[in-house]
Design a protein around this ligand. Structure first.
Ligand SMILES: [Zn+2]
Length: 319
């Protein structure tokens, strides 16, 4: 994984709760409206929009969205590759040049800054592949040409479909507060277990067998052995953040890659696995190594989990 620890990241609520709830209500009604006319399920539209929202918020080469829908369609794709007018909003000429831009709100304009137009156009593009999951995947791959992007969208889709709403930003501290544990801010320290470079994460020291819990709503993306991390698990949340748990003693029963988990759900227990072939343990004191990584549609980088852990610990205490 690439790492540039200088980049800072906000997790979850960047806006006041009321504004967020209001926006999520409006978004849901946009998704449902477009589902009604294209037969593309709302949770797929929501997943694409959310993937693009995350990408847009972590890059500065894509213009800020004017509306609520954040799917960015490049001018040459919107207006058609051979269209001499890259600002064309005429649905007829766009159609002639093979652009995907269409009029979704009935004002006779195909406007890439209009929420309904963007969502409808993208849904209509996907619909041309078919509305079953296999064909939708092909449509997504043709559009993004990157397995990782399609994988992230499918993960978001699972979460939205399972929970039926857009609000999935709840977090939990990875260790139950009634157990003994300790941790401090070691971000960037030269020492530490789990890597040879700077220490990319927070070590939470606790006894063998202390429960380790999911910190977010997410999808298990990786589970297994790594020479340094030992038994470890990776969970991808709806904000495209990857939550990494290493040196585990073992995993909770039945956990599998692709499975959806919730904040507070048991995923394993604290151990000291790692630094050798599978099963190696006891080369350092038992602790949970917890890391956070972000993906911006091109690369991945790690950021400091410590302030987030402090906030989740506080929230758990107040619950
Ligand atoms: Zn560590």
């Amino acid at each position: 994984m690439m790492t540039t620890s200088a980049q800072s990241v906000t997790l979850g609520a960047e806006k006041p709760k009321d504004t967020q709830n209001e926006e999520q209500k409006k978004l849901m009604s946009l998704y449902k409206n477009v589902e009604a006319v294209t037969n593309i399920p709302w949770y797929i539209l929501a997943a694409i929009d959310q993937y693009e929202r995350n990408v847009r918020h972590s890059r500065n080469d894509i213009p800020k969205a004017e509306g609520l829908i954040e799917i960015y369609i490049k001018p040459e794709v919107w207006t058609g590759p051979l269209n001499p007018n890259k600002e064309d909003k005429n649905p007829t000429s766009i159609g002639l040049f093979g652009g995907i831009g269409e009029d979704g709100d009935g004002d006779d304009l195909a406007d890439p800054n209009n929420d309904m137009d963007v969502l409808y156009s993208f849904a209509h593009y996907l619909e041309s592949y078919g509305t079953d999951l296999e064909n939708l995947k092909i449509g997504l791959w043709d559009y993004y040409q990157r397995d990782k992007s399609v994988g992230l969208i499918l993960g978001h889709m699972k979460l939205y479909k399972k929970y039926g709403h857009l609000k999935l930003d709840k977090h939990a501290f990875p260790v139950p507060l009634n157990h003994n544990y300790s941790y401090k801010n070691t971000w960037g320290d030269a020492r530490g277990w789990g890597g040879r470079r700077i220490h990319e994460g927070t070590d939470i020291f606790a006894n063998y067998g202390v429960p380790v819990r999911a910190t977010c709503f997410g999808v298990i993306e990786m589970k297994g052995w790594n020479k340094f991390g030992g038994w470890r698990i990776g969970i991808r949340d709806i904000d495209n953040t990857y939550h990494y748990f290493a040196h585990l003693n073992g995993f909770a029963d039945g956990l599998a890659v692709g499975q959806v988990v919730e904040p507070g759900q048991l995923i394993g227990s604290v151990g000291s696995s790692g630094y050798g072939p599978p099963g190696t343990s006891g080369k350092f004191p038992p602790h949970l190594h917890y890391g956070l990584y972000k993906d911006n549609g091109r690369t991945e980088w790690s950021f400091d989990p410590y302030p987030h852990l402090r906030a989740w610990e506080r929230a758990d205490r107040n619950r």
